[in-house]
Structures are given as C-alpha cells and as structure tokens.
Design a protein around this ligand. Sequence first.
Ligand code: NAI
Length: 385
Amino acid sequence: MARLNWGMVGGGKGSQIGPAHRLGTAVDGKYSFVAGALDVNADAGRAFAQELGVAPDRAYGDWREMLEGERNRSDRCDLVTVATPNATHFEITKAFLEAGFHVLCEKPMTMTVEEGEEIVKIAAKTGQLCGVNYGYSGYSLVRHMRAMVARGDLGDIRVVVAEFAHGHHANAADMDNPRVRWRYDPAQAGVSAQFADCGIHALHMASFVTGQEVTALTSDFAATVPGRVLEDDAMVSFRMDGGAVGRLWTSSIAVGRMHGLTLQVFGSKGGLRWAQEQPNQLIWTPVSGRNQIIERGEAGLSPEADRASRVTMGHAEGMPLAFANIYSDLAEVIQARKEGRAPDPAADLYPKAVDGLRSMAAVHAAVASAKADGAWTDARPPMLR
Ligand code: NAI
C-alpha cells in the first residue's frame, strides 16, 4: 500500500508537541513526511524541514506559501497537521479544509464557539476529514475502558472523575518565561488558560470513555500566582446526557505533579482507574470484588484495545504511540476513500471537529459559570442543542 503524503504546520525545532506528531506518523509506515511550514520564523522553518528530510521545494517558510505550493500538486499532502499556537488554529484549519485537504488540528481547535461551529460546517460541506488531537484517547487501555463501558461491564455509569493537574507553572519567578507567559495572556490564550489547555483533554476523555456528552457544568476558577488574570487552577462539576455525574480538577500549580492526567469511572457494577503516567496498566474493580490489574497487550482484551497495541506486554508504550493510533485511524479512512471502499468501522474512534466544538462550548460555559459564582451553565454548543 502506498504511503500517504503528510505535511505539518508548526511543530518547529524545540517545540513541545512537534516531535510526538513526527513519531506518531512514522511508527506504522503509513505516511511520508513530504511538506512543512514548521516555524513562525520562515528561515528556521525551511532549514528544519530540510533537516528532517523534506525536499527543499516543499520546505515552506509560511503556511500560506505551503497551501499555494501544495494545492495543485498531483502528489499533494493527503493530511495536514496543524500544531501551531492556539490562536492560529482556526484560520489555518479553515484554509486547508476549504482547499480540499484533510486536517488534524491540535487542541483547542478554535478560540470561540462560533469558530468551532464554522469548522464543523466547513468539514461537513467540503467532506474533508477534520480530526482534533485529543491524542490520549489513542491509548490502548483508554480504548479498552471505552469498550468495557460500552459492553456494560460497569453497569450504569454513576460518577466520572477526571484530573489533569501538573505543577509546571507554579513558580512565580517563571512569569516572564515566554513559554509560560502567553498561556496566561488573554490576548494570546483567550478566555481561559488551564481549563482550555489541559482541562479539555480530561473532559474529552470523560466523554470518550463513557460515550456520554457534557450538558451542563458549574465551575470555580482561581488565578493563584500573583499577576495572572487567567486561571491556573479550576474545579468543574458536570452533568452528562446519559445520567452520569462528572468531577474535574485541572491545575498548573500542583507542585510535584508531573503530567497528571487521570480518569476514574465508577458504575453500578464496577470501577476503573487509569493514569497517563502508567498507561500500560488499568485498575478494574468489580463491585464487592478485588482490585485487578489489566495489562496492555494481555490476552482477552477488547478488539479496540488490541488494534491500538503494538509492542509485547511488559514493554512500555507511551504517548507518541497513542498519537500513532489517531494517525492510524485517519490513514485507514483516507486510504479507504482513495480505494473507493468502506473504511474499517473500528477506525472511527479518532476525535473529530465536533469534539473540538464541544470542548470550546465547555470552556466558554466554565468561564461564564466561574464569573457567576458557580452558576450551573449550559455547556452544549448552540448548534447541538
Ligand atoms: P510551542 O510554542 O512549543 O511550539 C509552537 C511551534 O509552532 C513553534 O515551532 C513555532 O515556531 C511554530 N509556529 C508558531 N506560529 C506559527 C505559524 N504561524 N506558522 C508555522 N509555525 C508556527 O507550542 P506547543 O506546546 O508545541 O503547542 C502547539 C500546539 O499543540 C498548541 O495548540 C497546544 O495546545 C498543542 N498541544 C497539544 C498537546 C496534546 O497533548 N495534544 C500537548 C502540547 C501542546
């Protein structure tokens, strides 16, 4: 099977997330990295793309140049990843979708709910795929949690507890660090800092695993480091459309916590606990039963988990391989279209524009609720009410 052509906007040298995307696309041999506008600095972007093996004529200085350069090529990009800072996602994603490219956009997909709705409409109108990189949903055992919930192992889902609490922005002396500062600057970060940056990963996981969508929420935001106007800590309670109750804590000042994404799901028949820092083990406890450790790669897991697992059990699989599963799903759908066949239905698990939209509605609802002393607020996007 011919490899798909893959291009990237953002993710330049030294960026946080660029390497994970490059690893994720490389793992299964389904993509060739053929084009990129990798850096806000044109020369640095061109040089780095070539260093990574991109041909000089496809190592672009700017995403508009890339769009024009790729648009009419017979071997143009099949998929473009957008991994630039948040405020640029909407414009770049919109432009590539409208030019007929499939896109995988980093989260948050947009800055406003209106922009989110526009992306959903453009993807539907153009028929292009628009994935959103909630990459942690690619983990094998996260997909197994989802399968266990769907087949009823947990019974009725009562409570979901999601956390994404790290301590990397706790030092007030870091206020002027450019990589920290923008995240708390409303002009660059938008209406929310920590909830929009990390909280939405946890919220997406709660929906992905339970199969339920968030309908309403109440939130309490705190900006604890002096000088910050946007929150660095948030507690959010939410209700879901299948009857589950959700609790979410997100923080960037939780000193000592490293990554800090965890998910716990409690149902009438049992409970599940999973942590991103130990992604190859899942704790399952049937009601009145003992704690059991489910290992990634062991026999008897769901087809969803098996499909997302590569390395023999006992060897660690980590975050870039979770991203690889998102890329693998997208490759299957894109390849199927090229071949004029139906895609494997199992590939439909990748997060989509509608998930990016739901997150943005939740962010704006959380901000409004926090301003209104925690008033319960509708968290659904208007177009989905
Ligand atoms: P970063 O600041 O480390 O890197 C951003 C990169 O984009 C830099 O190389 C910069 O030169 C480049 N860039 C900026 N403007 C550009 C433009 N107009 N055209 C081309 N390149 C441009 O940022 P980081 O942490 O890598 O975040 C990028 C995005 O990825 C953000 O939206 C962030 O929320 C998201 N992210 C997602 C994660 C996930 O788990 N899904 C984890 C970390 C970040």
